[in-house]
Ligand binder design. Sequence first.
Ligand SMILES: *[C@@H]1O[C@H](CO)[C@@H](O)[C@H](O)[C@H]1NC(C)=O
Ligand SMILES: *[C@@H]1O[C@H](CO)[C@@H](O)[C@H](O)[C@H]1NC(C)=O
Ligand SMILES: *[C@@H]1O[C@H](CO)[C@@H](O)[C@H](O)[C@H]1NC(C)=O
Ligand SMILES: *[C@@H]1O[C@H](CO)[C@@H](O)[C@H](O)[C@H]1NC(C)=O
Length: 365
Amino acid sequence: MGKESKSKGCLGWFLVIVILALVVGAVVYAIKQKMDHSDDDKAAPVPGPPGAIDKKYADALKIAMQFFDVQKSGKLVDNKISWRGDSGLKDGSEAKLDLSKGMYDAGDHMKFGFPLAFTATVLSWAILEYGDQMEAVNQLEPAQESLKWITDYLINAHPSENVLYIQVGDPEADHKCWDRPEDMTEKRPLTMVNTSVPGTEVAAETAAAMASASLVFKTADSTYSSTLLKHAKQLFTFADNHRGSYSENIPEVATYYNSTGYGDELLWAASWLYHATGDQSYLRYVTGKNGEEFAEWGSPTWFSWDNPNPNVAIGALLGGPFLNETYIDSRNNSMQAEPTTYNGAIIVGLLSSLVTTSSAVKSFT
Ligand SMILES: *[C@@H]1O[C@H](CO)[C@@H](O)[C@H](O)[C@H]1NC(C)=O
Ligand SMILES: *[C@@H]1O[C@H](CO)[C@@H](O)[C@H](O)[C@H]1NC(C)=O
Ligand SMILES: *[C@@H]1O[C@H](CO)[C@@H](O)[C@H](O)[C@H]1NC(C)=O
Ligand SMILES: *[C@@H]1O[C@H](CO)[C@@H](O)[C@H](O)[C@H]1NC(C)=O
């Protein structure tokens, strides 16, 4: 009896323990489910590794990426384009600077700092957002190399805090030439902005390029990343403290890359600096008075070097989804249709998102 009652007691306790364990387990499970769920509410689901490769997009991405190799100036390294060679080796020499790298804008031999900086920012963004998809089709390294080819140039173009060289070459003379950059004999005059002749949009766009690129190189090359960030912060301060439109101050540039205002570039630069540093003052800059003044909510145009509104991308290179899209299919619509570094960078970003079946992206914030 005693034995039986003891074993009954044991069984009772065992049942109690099992039930308790089940209850505790159920509660833990419920809490975990709830927490997982509330995480879902906060952030988008993290995608798995890239899925199956879509060959047609992978091929298109490779060709779009190759365009950057075609546009490279300077002493080429590991050049894969058989018909390209070294060029622009003395660019910058009149100011004792090495501005040989960077990229030619389009079919010309001009280095236009404003759209070139936009190119670097968008390429950085594409890498940050879709780097794993690029990697899946062996395009991550070419993308990083092309980006660095531009940022190496931008670093040299910013020799002191309040001086930024924004152009190499004389566009009027250049656009009359029909020669290869390898053979060009035109003069290569330099144009700068400084405290007496400021250029807020070009300095801020360059700050955005440097800040976003600093994120790209953060783990692979932390020294280079810090250098970029230092330049980005200085350029943003220069842009913000010495406000003035570069195309008003230097009217010659308006024929090529006229600016419609610098407010959007200030916000774009501050946003990238916030991403790169986590410094709340940049966030306050964007969300406070400047945001209200500059954001032009409700009147976006298209995502371009002059107006980086990330919600709108229009152009012949991708075509819009509606019959009444604002893209004008005309030979003279060079802003939206011309093969250029800055249009190419947008295409690279869009194609990178399509090369694998995993299109959901993990935010890099
Ligand atoms: C400042 O920039 C302007 C415009 O490019 C240039 O004419 C001027 O010489 C520059 N000033 C200095 C001190 O370099
Ligand atoms: C440049 O843009 C400004 C502001 O939008 C405009 O007033 C000016 O006429 C433009 N200049 C050229 C040459 O397009
Ligand atoms: C353009 O097309 C969209 C979608 O089909 C439509 O909502 C919009 O009203 C159209 N706009 C114009 C100006 O026709
Ligand atoms: C471009 O060409 C179209 C016709 O295709 C014409 O309507 C338009 O005025 C032209 N624009 C410029 C800036 O030459």
